[in-house]
Design a protein around this ligand. Structure first.
Ligand code: ZN
Ligand code: FE
Length: 266
């Protein structure tokens, strides 16, 4: 039986850990996983200035070749024990569609798997990384008017990521589509985004995307919830959307976190 974790970060992540690929792979094998995808944050589009303090949201562009080479070696090395996919988590950034398409056109043929995610929101020509910190999230909410406004902008951007063409190598899976919940316990507001989530999933179905059923939020103290929450995973399932587990691990310790709870019974 196939057991898969298809959202895993690597030592190539500038904000992650230096845990070695082998630590992830050997843990996956030990836990009976048959398929894993390494999906490092792709280099951010040419010309985009990363708004985070350390500008470390994406992989350095000049590391990309080493990333691909390392993975192709590991694939061979572990071929008898586990199937390893070479992937990337690609940002969808409003205003950088052309650059992102160009990037995918250049490197897409080397990918077995990829995720399209929204981490950056544009407001008045400036960008904010909404999953960076609670302080940053709250600053942004103040700037644009309310927490509700952040949610609205998030789902608008997410839906745009689904419907916008990005060339032949556009990723086939949408990453953590309720990431805007990450600081829900820090702001404490109850936002009704039920319709927005359902609409988003309907669009995913219409456009043939898979869903990243992502457990990482459960470990974030201001979130304590998977992305998307369980009822929406059931809804996605009822729509026939392919469900793909992702632990979004940035350390070997976090690999497969909450797999049983999030995925084993759906
Ligand atoms: Zn990351
Ligand atoms: Fe992500």
């Amino acid at each position: 039986m196939m057991k898969r974790d298809a959202h895993i970060h690597t030592p190539f992540c500038p904000h992650g850990s230096s845990d070695a690929f082998e630590q992830y792979i050997e843990k996956a094998i030990a836990h009976g996983f048959t398929h894993i995808s390494f999906t490092e944050h792709a280099p951010l589009p040419a010309g985009f200035i990363d708004p985070t303090p350390d500008q470390d949201s994406g992989m350095a562009h000049d590391k990309l070749d080493a990333y691909f080479t390392t993975l192709s070696d590991l694939k061979k090395q572990y071929a008898r024990d586990i199937t390893i996919a070479t992937g990337l988590e690609v940002d969808y950034i409003i205003g950088y569609e052309r650059e992102t398409t160009q990037f995918l056109q250049t490197y897409g043929a080397q990918l077995d798997d990829a995720i399209l995610s929204v981490h950056f929101l544009r407001f008045q020509n400036a960008y904010t990384c909404i999953d960076f910190s609670a302080d940053e999230f709250m600053r942004f909410a103040k700037q644009i008017g309310s927490v509700q406004a952040v949610y609205d902008l998030y789902y608008e951007t997410l839906q745009s990521s689904i419907i916008t063409p990005l060339g032949d190598y556009k990723p086939t899976r949408i990453g953590h589509p309720t990431l805007v919940h990450k600081f829900q316990r820090a702001h404490g507001e109850v936002i009704d985004d039920d319709a927005a989530i359902q609409q988003t999933l309907q669009l995913m179905q219409q456009h043939g995307y898979e869903l990243d059923v992502n457990s990482a939020g459960l470990a974030k103290r201001d979130c304590l919830e998977q992305y998307p929450p369980k009822p929406y995973v059931q809804y996605a399932k009822s729509l026939g959307i392919p469900l793909v587990f992702g632990s979004d691990a940035h350390t070997a310790q976090d690999l497969h976190q909450f797999y049983e709870d999030v995925f084993a019974s759906i």
